[in-house]
Write a protein that binds this ligand. Sequence first.
Ligand code: SF4
Length: 503
Amino acid sequence: MSVTSNWASWSEYKKSERATVDMPSGGDGRCAIFYPASYAVGMANLGIHYIYRALRELGVAVERFFAFPIPYRSVEHDTMLERFPVILGSVSYEADVLTFSRWLAKGGISPSRESRERFQSHESPLIGAGGAVTYINPLSLSGICDFVVLGDGVETIRSFVRTLRRGLSREKTLAELSEHSSIYVPSAHSHGRYSLNIANTDISRDYGHGVWTTPNTVFGNSLLVELQRGCPKKCRFCTISHCFAPVRIRDVNLVKRDIEKSAIVSDFSQIGLVTPEAGDYAALDELLEFAESLGIGVSFASLRVDRITEKMMKTIVSGGRRSITIAPESGDDSLRERCGKYFSNGTVVEKLEMAADMGAKNAKLYFMAGLPDETDEELLSISELCAAARKKTGLKITAAVSPFVPKPGTPWKGEVFAGEKKLKAGYSLILKSFGGINGVKLQRVSIKEACLEYAVSWAGPESAKFLATEELSGDSYRKLEGLMDRTETVSELRRLGLGVGHE
Ligand code: SF4
């Protein structure tokens, strides 16, 4: 195996990390965990913190890898990838499946599970994955991975380590893993009927917070704290409420204890709330007061418009931020309601006015194009809402528009994906309508990326094999779309016992 990496070291990144918990060092059984994005993005993902900590506490010699800036050496000891007999990918988004595949290929490991089985079974590492994508469609990883941990991974990873420690052959290891109800082993589960399930744990028993703080993340020097998994709102396009169910909430006293303990040993200027919609957390005010009493700021990933309060705005502004992010999805009240979001344009403008009065300067508004039964007037309403908000508030507005992608497991799973041609036409209509509005900027997510997201999110066995080939290019989505068969994907998931919600 040859690794294509020039010498470079993580030492500067390591120096900036502060651990919030004591974790055993050393350990036996080398294991690499890979996040298919940059260090800055990966370290802002709580999943990798949890799995790393679980493996360390089990005595596994785990080390982290990121796609950028130093892809083939570990953060911990600059160890080369080729020294790891086990590699686990933490796959959060559909596009990450491709990054994982390409990273393996460039690192000298065939991304194709079948080809590794056929030609290199003795020298190849065991390759697994977990993460958000496994809640939605784990088949997308079946071309690459020897095994896939389904859903919440901390409990399952303990069983995985027990099996690994038995020192069995590769075949026997996979056979034993396949007996776990939340581990999908594509080679073992290729025929027959199974009752696999997506693990969902009591999150009060999970770790609840990040194990390092560092200024080198996209959220700055934050302690990540988890408040909630799943969402009680049932927006029709959203995987969080449907695929990550049931809703689980961490008690505020546990959250406060985590912050207090971490503040003693680590060093962070703010806490980053990991929750679908912070405004839904019943004890949010109590938590904000607690953070304020410790002199720590709070950052919210995104806010649901109707739940924004003066207290939340005050916290954002007093932490030095002047920007607010919300997701109206549409500029039209009735289309927004069809999406499952029940607030009006009037509420959007009113909340932005409040933000401006309290010192905000910028607002980012997320919208979707290509929604079911969308009309041209509804598309044009995006710029109308942005213009009205700008006029009333004086905020600098950024409208971020992305294509609607129907996802497995959601109520809109059966809806049509608008496709390249229709999306291009919709985008040019939107672009024209934004012409000449001062103080409003339009950002459009690439249509190619959305097509790829669509194809990967519905990948069945055949397209999963293609995702594991080494010749993936920018236009791979066209080939993937050609291989896609949504009905077949649903029936394959059903065969594995994972069809609930996908039917
Ligand atoms: S879009 Fe937000 S509010 Fe709606 S279900 Fe998803 S996470 Fe919940």
